[in-house]
Design a protein around this ligand. Sequence first.
Ligand code: 13P
Length: 229
Amino acid sequence: MSKLIVANFKMNGTKSSITQWFNDFSMEKNISNEVIVALPALFLFDFADNNISVAAQNVSSHSSGAYTSQISAEMLKDCGINYSIIGHSESREFLKETDEDIFNKYNQLIKYSIKPIICIGEPLKIREDNLLQSFISSQLKQFEDTDNELIIAYEPIWAIGSGLIPTVEDINEVSELIRGLCKNVKILYGGSVNEENASNLLNNSNIDGVLVGGASLDPKEFANIAQSC
Ligand code: 13P
């Protein structure tokens, strides 16, 4: 079955470097998996009309009003955006977003038929203290009752940008937990995915795709990841 391969550029790139990225990536052949690229908000409109889907990296939890600097789901839809990451650990940490905020963002996106890519994942201390299951369950609590198809990206915080990666068994344990809690779910793994480890992750674990940060900035490496299953 086709996998979902998502790039998260985070706060990287300029209009010209991203144009170059799309040009280089479009030269890559034999990619049968679905590819989505999450761009900095400022560039979404420029690249929305592309044969590769683009995603926002965040959205406001409010519909409109006095929320200086924020971007609403309605605005994303108006610019032709059909996906948005929410709940990324960097947004949770730096923007102090709570599970409740993330659920409100989810509802805003659903209202405008934008597919949320919901990020969850534990800090190392939680794993060391054997609190993983309760931590993941609490992050997913608000999503348990929905029949909507969910895309959940499991990104252990300690694996992001660190070069550390959980074993396939560790990933499978969490993905089974997620599948037990949510009815209709696609699971992505994110955290230090690169062209060397992608094939093992995609072919041997119980996931539906990957969410790639640093390694997605090189179009050739990202294409190798997208071709690895
Ligand atoms: P890295 O692939 O750079 O570890 O980042 C993962 C991530 O945060 C993707 O959203």
